[in-house]
Design a protein around this ligand. Structure first.
Ligand SMILES: Cc1cc2nc3c(=O)[nH]c(=O)nc-3n(C[C@H](O)[C@H](O)[C@H](O)COP(=O)(O)OP(=O)(O)OC[C@H]3O[C@@H](n4cnc5c(N)ncnc54)[C@H](O)[C@@H]3O)c2cc1C
Length: 457
C-alpha cells in the first residue's frame, strides 16, 4: 500500500505520519522541487545555500542522508578529520550564516604555507601578509554541525537522516521527474536531483556517465599531534618525501593535525607502531636529511645566483617546522587516496556536486574546496533559472553549471595531479626540473599570486 503526498506546501513528513506509516506498513510517496542525495559537508551546505537563496524562495528542498543524526557536542580533543578551507569556502560559509557557529566552536587561521622538498634544497612559501589568511583549518564535524545548525532556520529545507537511497529512476527523454526509492521502499519524486553522495556516488552510477579514476596506491595517515613547545602555530607545513607528502596543519599553540600520504605498506606499519615509535618515525620523516645529488645542488645554486642577479627577492628567512612530542590517544587512522573525474556533471534532471563529480589527492588541500565551489556556482545558476521562469531542470542552465565548473575543476585537478607526479620520483632530471621550478615560483610574485588565486576559489 502506498500513501501519496503531492502537496508541496505541506512537504514536511511529520513524525505522526511516519508513525502511521509504520503502523499500517505503508510507503510514503512525496514530491519536492529539489532532492539532494547525501548530507556530507557538501550536500548539507548546498541545502542550506539553496534554502537561503531568495531567488529560490518558492522551492522545496529535501536532503536525504543515509547515516543517523549525530547528537554532537564539541569534544575536548580535536578530531583527526580536518580540512584546510580556502578563502572562497570561508566566504560561502559566512554568506550562508554557518561561519558564526564555526567561530563559536573552533577553527585555526593559517597565515603561511611552507612547502619543501626532501631530496633537494628547493622550498616555497605562500602568504606573506600578517592580515590575510591563506586558509582555515576546521574539523569536518565542526563544519557539518555548524551548517546543520543554520539549516534549522531555513523553513523550505527538510532534512531526513537514516534515509538511504537504494535506487534512482532518472527521466528518459520526455519524462520530467526523477524517482528516488529509499531502502524502506518509500518513494520521493523531484524535478531536479542533486548528487552529493560522495566518491562512490550511486547517482553517478545510475547516470552511466564515463568516470575516469585510479588509485594512487597510497594511504593518507591522519593523527592529532602534540608539539614539543607552545608556539605561534599559524603555519601549515608540507614536505615532499619520495614516498609521498607529509603535511602538518596548525590547530592550537601545541597541537597540529597530520596528513601523511604514503605507501599502503608503510601506512599499515605506522598504524601498528607504539605511539612513541610512531612519533620517532614522524620526526624522522620531517627532519631526515637525504643525500642531495651534486648536479641538482650546483644547478640550484647557479639558478639562485641568476635570480638574485635579476633582482628577484630571496624570499626571506627560512623557518623550521615544529617538533612533535606525542599524539592524542587513538587519533591515528588511514584513508585510501585516489583520483576520479566524471566526464559529465549533468544529465536530464540531475547534477553531480563535490566528490560525486571529482576526487583529488589531498596534497594541495583542494578536495572539498572544489565541492564548495560547485555549490556557489550551482546556487547562483538555479536562482537565475528560477527568476527567468525556466524549469530547475532546464538543460541550458545545467549545461552552464557543468561548463563553468569543469573550466575551473579540470585545470586545478591537472595541477594537483602534475604536482603528485613531479614529486613522486627521485629521477634526477625531474628532481632538477621541479627544484628550479619551485625556486623560480618562490621569488616570482605574479606567478605565486596566480597559483594562490586559482586555489582560493
Ligand atoms: C586524508 C584526507 C585529507 C583531506 N584533506 C582535505 C583538505 O585539507 N582540504 C580539502 O578541501 N579537502 C580535503 N580532503 C577531501 C575531502 O575530505 C572531501 O572532498 C570531502 O569530504 C567530500 O565531501 P562530500 O560531501 O562531497 O562527500 P562525502 O563526505 O563522502 O559525503 C557523502 C554523503 O553522502 C551520503 N550518502 C552516500 N550514499 C548515500 C545514499 N545512497 N543514500 C543516502 N545518503 C548517501 C554519505 O552518508 C555521506 O554523508 C581530504 C580527504 C582525505 C581522505
Amino acid at each position: 500500500m502506498s500513501l501519496i503526498i503531492f502537496n508541496n506546501s505541506q512537504f514536511l513528513i511529520s513524525s505522526k505520519l511516519q508513525k502511521v506509516k509504520k503502523f499500517y506498513s505503508i510507503n510514503v510517496r512525496s514530491h519536492f522541487d529539489i532532492i539532494i542525495a547525501g548530507g556530507g559537508m557538501v550536500g548539507t551546505t548546498l541545502a542550506c545555500a539553496l534554502g537561503k537563496n531568495s531567488r529560490l524562495a518558492n522551492k522545496k528542498v529535501l536532503l536525504l542522508e543515509g547515516s543517523s543524526k549525530k547528537h554532537w557536542k564539541l569534544p575536548e580533543n580535536y578530531s583527526n578529520r580536518v580540512v584546510s578551507i580556502n578563502p572562497g569556502t570561508h566566504k560561502l560559509l559566512n554568506d550562508i550564516g554557518a561561519w558564526k557557529f564555526i567561530e563559536k566552536l573552533r577553527f585555526t587561521a593559517v597565515k603561511r604555507l611552507e612547502v619543501w622538498d626532501a631530496i633537494s634544497d628547493a622550498h616555497i612559501t605562500f602568504g606573506d601578509s600578517e592580515e590575510d589568511n591563506v586558509s582555515y583549518v576546521v574539523e569536518n564535524d565542526v563544519i557539518l554541525q555548524s551548517v546543520s545548525e543554520e539549516i534549522k532556520n531555513v523553513p523550505n529545507v527538510n532534512v531526513m537522516y537514516d534515509s538511504k537511497v537504494k535506487k534512482y529512476d532518472l527521466p528518459i527523454l520526455t519524462e520530467n521527474v526523477v524517482t528516488v526509492t529509499m531502502d524502506n521502499d518509500d518513494v520521493f519524486t523531484c524535478e531536479l536531483l542533486l548528487a552529493c553522495d560522495g566518491v562512490q556516488s550511486l547517482v553517478r552510477k545510475s547516470m552511466k556517465t564515463d568516470y575516469l579514476s585510479w588509485s594512487y596506491n597510497q594511504m593518507g595517515v591522519v593523527a592529532t599531534l602534540k608539539l614539543s613547545d607552545e608556539i605561534k602555530n599559524e603555519i601549515a607545513w608540507q614536505r615532499f618525501l619520495p614516498t609521498g607528502p607529509i603535511a602538518l596543519l596548525p590547530l592550537t599553540a601545541d597541537q597540529s593535525s597530520l596528513v601523511w600520504s604514503t605507501t599502503p605498506e608503510q601506512a599499515k606499519l605506522l598504524l601498528n607502531l607504539r605511539e612513541e615509535e610512531f612519533v620517532d618515525e614522524l620526526n624522522k620523516a620531517i627532519w631526515q636529511k637525504y643525500d642531495h645529488h651534486s648536479v641538482i645542488q650546483q644547478a640550484s645554486s647557479l639558478f639562485d645566483t641568476l635570480l638574485r642577479f635579476l633582482n628577484c627577492p630571496s624570499g626571506g628567512i627560512r623557518q623550521i617546522p615544529p617538533k612533535i612530542c606525542g599524539i592524542i590517544k587513538e587519533s591515528r587512522a588511514a584513508f585510501p587516496l585516489g583520483f576520479g573525474h566524471s566526464a559529465q556533471y549533468i544529465g536530464q534532471g540531475v547534477a553531480l556536486i563535490g566528490d560525486a563529480a571529482h576526487r583529488v589527492h589531498p596534497l594541495a588541500g583542494q578536495g572539498v574546496n572544489l565541492g564548495f565551489g560547485d555549490v556557489v556556482c550551482l546556487n547562483e545558476i538555479l536562482g537565475e533559472a528560477n527568476i527567468s521562469g525556466a524549469n530547475l531542470n532546464d538543460m541550458s542552465y545545467l549545461k552552464d553549471y557543468e561548463t563553468k565548473r569543469q573550466q575551473h575543476n579540470v585545470p586545478t585537478m591537472l595541477a594537483v595531479e602534475s604536482l603528485h607526479r613531479l614529486y613522486n620520483t627521485e629521477f634526477t632530471p625531474v628532481v632538477l626540473l621541479r627544484s628550479l621550478g619551485l625556486q623560480a615560483t618562490h621569488v616570482i610574485e605574479p606567478l605565486k599570486k596566480a597559483i594562490i588565486s586559482q586555489a582560493a576559489v
